[in-house]
Design a protein around this ligand. Structure first.
Ligand code: PLP
Length: 419
């Protein structure tokens, strides 16, 4: 007798849905489509030659070690490199504060595993990163959603939800996914102060922080928390766990991210990681270390900033050139995305179908909102990625998108009165 698998699924599996974006990527891979959908880095900036050379060196110098099981915490030289690298941004971590994860997506999952009991409420931005909602929802998370504006999370609206005692806050201060917005300096201070006052930890997710195209780097929350609030300046009392990744600076296919956390939290996360995958690929970590070392990563990030900065400008100019005045968008200072707001009454799913007929794709905004009551808001938005397509494709793609928008908008207008 064959098993009726669905009746055997655990309750937590029922909380899981496919990511709308990953499903979408299957459609948008068709060659005729100009896709602004995925959060994909540009393949033309992947340092393939440097990787080839690094693989050769790793195999020549550390062959058997590279192919062996490794420590769950991560490859020690890579942990040291990350600790040094982050210290330039004021995050003064020791290697023992760093856990290497299989992408920062695994970091989100491990944090969910560590902190979330079924029914716990997590405070998130509205909108927020879909992958975090996916990771947390498996553990039965419920959400308190706080809106953002052009300066990021609305800290003036935080007190009431904080008073209701969420388990933690999940925040993206730099070039937010999907909004493209950056949390303003003053709000960063307010956020860590409020977190401290109400005793609510912060998960600071920062995959894009180094991809800044204009303006000055702003202090990470983890640094503000320690500098302003912790007398011992050590990690033992930190209120913030900090996440980042090589996905946007080297290559997402590496699946390499990290968590910076107090040592006691790292110890617990390591135990959970052992149950998940024992450790992140030894070979991948050694190759990443070999690629990044001797200043290569810094130089490479300069190249990425130049290329993506130009693509962002092309997208902004094309939006200005082609879109009707009723449509608005954010002007991100870095990262990979901008966020478009449609006029009231428009529905981004209907627009998606119309845009696909013009061979252009984006992600509909509603999937980035947690909890109920946000559908109407979500339907007025779309997320556009500007890193993956070539500048001429971006220009043409936005032209096509604007045609679809104008057609939809014309359908919304009342018929002219014939006199
Ligand atoms: C905000 C955010 N966090 C985490 C991730 C996951 O990244 P990684 O490739 O390191 O798993 C992404 C990927 O796009 C992201 O945008």
């Amino acid at each position: 007798m064959s098993t009726a698998w669905t009746s055997r699924y655990a309750q937590r599996a029922k909380n899981v849905r496919s990511s709308a974006i990953r499903e979408l990527l299957k459609i948008t891979q068709r060659p005729e489509i100009i896709s602004f959908a995925g959060g994909l880095p540009a393949p033309d900036v992947f340092p393939v030659e440097r990787f080839r050379e690094a693989c050769r060196k790793v195999l020549e110098n550390h062959g058997p070690l590279a192919l062996q099981y490794g420590p769950s915490e991560g490859y020690e030289p890579l942990r040291e490199m990350i600790a040094q690298h982050t210290s330039r941004y004021g995050i003064k971590a020791e290697p023992s504060h760093v856990l290497i994860t299989s992408g920062s997506q695994q970091a989100l999952d491990l944090i969910g595993k560590l902190l979330i009991n079924s029914g716990d409420r997590i405070l998130v931005e509205a909108p927020t990163y879909l992958g975090a909602l996916q990771a947390f929802s498996v553990y039965g998370a419920e959400y308190l959603c706080v809106p953002s504006d052009g300066d990021g999370l609305r800290t003036d609206l935080l007190e009431e939800p904080l008073r209701s005692g969420p388990k933690f806050m999940y925040v993206l201060p730099n070039f937010q996914n999907p909004g493209g917005t950056t949390l303003a300096e003053g709000r960063r201070h307010e956020l860590v102060l409020l977190a401290d006052r109400y005793g609510i930890p912060i998960i600071e997710d920062d995959p894009y922080g180094q991809l800044r195209y204009e303006g000055e780097h702003l202090t990470p929350l983890v640094v503000l928390d320690r500098e302003n609030l912790r007398r011992d300046k050590g990690f033992s009392m930190g209120n913030v766990l900090y996440l980042s990744t090589f996905s946007k600076t080297l290559a997402p296919g590496l699946r390499l991210g990290w968590i910076v956390a107090p040592p006691e939290v790292i110890t617990k996360l390591v135990q959970l990681k052992q149950g998940a995958d024992l450790h992140t690929s030894t070979f991948g970590q050694m190759v990443a270390y070999e690629v990044a070392r001797d200043g290569f990563l810094d130089e490479h990030i300069k190249l990425i900033r130049r290329v993506y900065g130009e693509r962002r400008n092309v997208m902004l100019q094309a939006l200005q050139e082609f879109c009707p005045p009723e449509v608005t968008w954010t002007r991100p200072l870095g990262g990979l995305f901008l966020w478009v707001t449609l006029p009231a009454g428009m529905d981004c799913h209907r627009l998606f179908d119309a845009a696909l007929k013009q061979n252009v794709a984006f992600v509909a905004g509603d999937c980035f909102y947690a909890g109920n009551g946000w559908t109407e808001e979500g339907l007025r938005h779309l997320r556009l990625n500007f890193s993956n397509a070539q500048p001429e494709q971006i220009h043409e793609g936005i032209r096509r998108l604007a045609v679809a928008i104008k057609n939809q908008l014309a359908g919304l207008l009342p018929e002219p009165v014939v006199t």
